[in-house]
Design a protein around this ligand. Structure first.
Ligand code: SF4
Length: 450
């Protein structure tokens, strides 16, 4: 009988994209994917370390695992993603430190070591695999099992060299390494020729694609002036095969070059939306976060973007209550929000991530109730600004890529990455639909088909 597996993915789109490659490896081994954790022979967690909450969710599942194992002693439990530092099994002499913290764990593998997953599983069960790990240079060469045909997330690199003081990614995902342009193009071409109409290029820092120290060492981008622009132009050319929408995330403001802004203007498939994390509006805090830009520099960037691409939708990330943040410093962030009027902001209250520079050298001394107050203040402002920005679309016609259909309502994203809902007798998932906006709400737009 076929073995089954259940995978729970936490965190960012990069993790969701990685899980599609894990699906591919396991299904090539003959595993059957199921949605009920209680019945699976293999339970995998693709983890995130950016916030403590995401890690806690994994720990929170372990009581359930203990109970399941009592019923089925041969149950296999594995972890991948940001929480893992060393690919290992509980049978090894010096496994990953996670094995000390999670007694229920059998397998831990770094996502970069995905090609070796079949041999790791074979330490426990004898299962044949179609993946010849010896032939793979890296895990990106594994063809993913995409979760749908019309929309795909394609990773263009791994890791980060920026070392923001609060962030664990440079330690968990290691140094920044970019995939060759042709490999990404081939994956995208294959997707588009099979009906994909929207591609999102993914990376921890997409706009430094091809310029990291590691990339320079490989020499594969030598002679290419702006590798990310070149990549966007190449993927954009897939419009001749049916690509309609191109997006990319996430960006670091310091790497958003004038060349990229100029190029964005002329790419037919590139959607008028960008995510540009600011994190704070105070220069002292930005320095403490090691962000490499000032509030003034960021504002100039926003101005340039809005001048070149009028109406562009811009979202951001903000952390409140970072080490030593005073009321005055928070006010700078609040005022920056009023000035910038981001379309959307993902707000977080600072929490210590073990292993980061901030955890070792800075004090997490803003009381939690103050963090909460600051978060609430920004959230109230966000609601007002979001509604104001949504009202701009009132009575306008937008094109929506429908992502889901539930109880007679289609839901999808417009060109500007706005969530749009409309009534429909039919499930239009996967289709581009023209919708007239009738009602602007804080977090979504409601309309009808035209
Ligand atoms: S740019 Fe900063 S916040 Fe983003 S992944 Fe890299 S270190 Fe983390």
């Amino acid at each position: 009988m076929k073995k089954s597996y259940y995978i729970q993915t936490l965190g960012c789109q990069m993790n969701y994209s990685d899980s599609e490659r894990v699906d591919s490896v396991l299904q090539n081994m003959g595993f059957n994917k199921i949605e009920d954790m209680n019945k699976a022979d293999l339970i995998l967690f693709n983890t995130c370390s950016v916030r403590q909450k995401a890690e806690d969710r994994v720990f929170g599942q372990m009581r359930k695992i203990t109970k399941l194992r009592r019923e089925r002693p041969d149950l296999l439990v594995g972890i991948t993603g940001c929480m893992v530092r060393k690919t290992s099994t509980k049978k090894q002499e010096e496994p990953d430190k996670l094995f000390n913290r999670i007694k229920q764990l059998d397998i831990a593998f770094r996502i970069e070591d995905l090609p070796t997953l079949p041999s790791i599983i074979n330490n426990f069960w004898e299962i044949k695999s179609c993946i010849n790990e010896g032939n793979l240079k890296n895990y990106f060469e594994i063809n993913p099992k995409y979760s749908n045909k019309f929309q795909a997330f394609v990773p263009i690199g791994q890791g980060c060299d920026n070392f923001c003081t609060y962030c664990i990614v440079p330690y968990s995902r290691m140094r920044e390494r970019s995939r060759p342009i042709n490999d990404i193009y081939k994956e995208c071409e294959n997707l588009v020729k099979n009906g994909c109409i929207e591609i999102t290029l993914l990376g921890q820092n997409v706009n430094s694609y091809g310029i990291s120290d590691y990339d320079k060492k490989t020499g594969i981008f030598e002679g290419i002036d702006n590798p990310f622009v070149k990549l966007l132009q190449k993927i954009n050319s897939l419009n001749e095969y049916g690509l309609k929408r191109l997006r990319f995330t996430s960006n670091h403001p310091k790497d958003l070059s004038d060349g990229l802004i100029d190029a964005m203007e002329g790419l037919e498939t590139l959607m008028p939306y960008i995510h540009l994390p600011v994190q704070s509006g105070n220069n002292e805090i930005l320095k403490r976060m090691n962000r490499h830009y000032t509030r003034e520099w960021y504002m100039d960037l926003i101005k340039k973007l809005r001048k070149k691409i009028p109406g562009i939708s811009i979202s951001t990330d903000i952390i409140v209550g970072f080490c030593d943040e005073t009321d005055e410093q928070f006010k700078d962030t609040y005022n920056l929000f009023m000035e910038t009027e981001w379309d959307m902001a993902y707000l977080a209250q600072y929490s210590v991530r073990k292993g980061t520079f901030a955890s070792k050298h800075l004090k997490d001394d803003v009381p939690s109730d103050v963090k909460k107050q600051r978060w609430n203040a920004l959230n109230d402002l966000l609601k007002k600004v979001s509604l104001k920005k949504h009202k701009v679309f009132d009575k306008k016609i937008v094109e929506v890529l429908v992502e889901k259909y539930l109880k007679g309502i289609c839901e999808g994203r417009s060109e500007h990455f706005k969530t749009v809902t409309f009534k429909s007798d039919k499930d239009l998932t996967g289709q581009l639909v023209k919708v007239k906006i009738l009602k602007a709400r804080e977090w979504l737009l409601e309309g009808e088909t035209v």
